[in-house]
Design a protein around this ligand. Structure first.
Ligand SMILES: [Zn+2]
Ligand SMILES: [Zn+2]
Length: 408
């Protein structure tokens, strides 16, 4: 087995954090000091129980979560940090693989099935534990066993950024045979977007702002139009190529220039008032709803100022640090704040199903498109080059994918 993992070795993690902090030292991230390591020639681990399977990977996307590992960004002031994690966290959760071995008690998948990971880091299903109430309801992202020890203490399992990995069957989902590889590799990020919009769906006629047009922001723009075609979507991004893509996916307008002035114009709001410090500004009557796909102090402070009274601020993870921001609009304007982590179970048109299955159906039926998202592919061995491109993020980079099946 070949696998890429985050090594929770404290000196190494601190060195990685230090290197990531300054532009001048960022090159060190690509050297042996990084806590993200690549192990080759690991003997394939045996299946530890009858309900486990072995999956041979074909491809796996690179996500913000992987970049967070590469830069060791989780803040020592964030709520995530105290939760015990295993010594190794295997990277990659946007995978497409094929079941190559199944234990005798496996019933949900078969050898030859195309599968991906559903419950990644959190989740009783990932740890092969009896399900907690949230996991039993299909909402594994809010699993209450996040800090619990897994059923087996295994040194090597692998995950999406591996040539193969082992997993309990309930951790996986089956990929519809009609989907192409390029479509299948986009199921996970599209599921994040669909879950975010179904957790905070706009009403007809609402003006909705999407802050940040990376892959998730773009996927949210499209999900908004599928779930509520009668809303008006405004896209906000610093880069032209992302805004062009946003318009192709259904955004109605681009919020350009000064954000407060532009938002007031867009929504017919009040004049923008200035404080003693000319930088401190506020207006009344902004957007009904904003999806924050940027994260951090600036986006929070700005996002809640771009909303009307009783508007809704939707925070889409994963910003891994505690941040400072001006919360006064939250109470003063009686805003609602909704947090989103990945995906789970949805209710849609009278059915209850996993976000993954809803999204797969939409892609298969042409209701939702993921065409044009995969912009770059690297071999698994060249994962550092994939990170180099992700960190530089020049125009034209959308979803980066690792090819896990080719040998060289
Ligand atoms: Zn992801
Ligand atoms: Zn659970």
């Amino acid at each position: 087995m070949k696998t890429i993992y985050f090594d929770k070795d404290i000196p190494r993690v601190l060195a990685t954090k230090g290197a990531a902090r300054f532009k001048a030292t960022r090159g060190l991230l690509f050297t042996g000091i990084n806590a993200v390591k690549y192990a080759k020639d690991i003997p394939d681990p045996p299946l530890p129980a009858d309900n486990w399977v072995r999956v041979k990977n074909i491809a796996c996307g690179l996500c913000g979560t992987d970049v967070s590992f590469f830069k060791a960004t989780t803040g020592t002031n964030s709520a995530l940090e105290p939760i015990p994690a295993s010594k190794k966290t295997f990277l990659g959760h946007e995978n497409v693989g094929v079941v190559v071995e199944a234990g005798p008690a496996v019933t949900q998948v078969q050898v030859g099935d195309r599968v991906g990971i559903r419950a990644y880091m959190a989740g009783c299903d990932n740890k092969d534990l009896p399900r907690c109430p949230n996991c039993a309801a299909g909402n594994y992202s809010i699993c209450t066993n996040y800090g619990a020890k897994p059923r087996f203490d295994l040194e090597w399992t692998g995950a999406g950024w591996s040539d193969s990995f082992i997993a309990p069957q309930q951790q996986l989902y089956k990929i519809l045979p009609e989907l192409t590889l390029e479509q299948a590799v986009m199921i996970e990020p599209a599921s994040v977007a669909v879950h975010a919009v179904l957790m905070a769906p706009p009403k007809a006629g609402e003006k909705v702002l999407v802050m940040g047009c990376g892959v998730i922001g773009l996927a949210i723009i499209q999900a908004l139009k599928v779930i509520q075609p009668e809303c008006e979507v405004w896209a906000m991004s610093r880069t032209r190529d992302k805004l062009d893509f946003a318009m192709r996916l259904g955004a109605d307008h681009v919020l350009s220039g000064d954000a407060l002035e532009a938002a007031s114009n867009a929504c017919g709001g009040s004049p923008v008032y200035k404080g003693m410090s000319k930088k401190n500004r506020f207006f009344f009557g902004g957007f009904d709803r904003a999806f924050d796909c940027i994260g951090g102090g600036w986006a929070n402070t700005m996002g809640v100022r771009l909303l009307r009274a009783r508007g809704t601020f939707v925070k889409v993870g994963h910003h891994m640090n505690a941040v400072k921001y001006d919360e006064t609009p939250v109470w003063w304007q009686e805003l609602t704040v909704i947090g989103i982590d990945s995906h789970g179970m949805e209710e849609w048109e009278g059915r209850r199903l996993y976000t993954f299955d809803l999204v797969q159906e939409w892609i298969r039926d042409g209701k939702y498109t993921v065409d044009g998202f995969v912009s770059h592919t690297f071999k698994l061995d060249d994962y550092k080059e994939a990170f180099r491109l992700a960190l530089r993020n020049p125009p034209g980079v959308f979803k980066i994918v690792l090819d896990c099946a080719s040998d060289t």
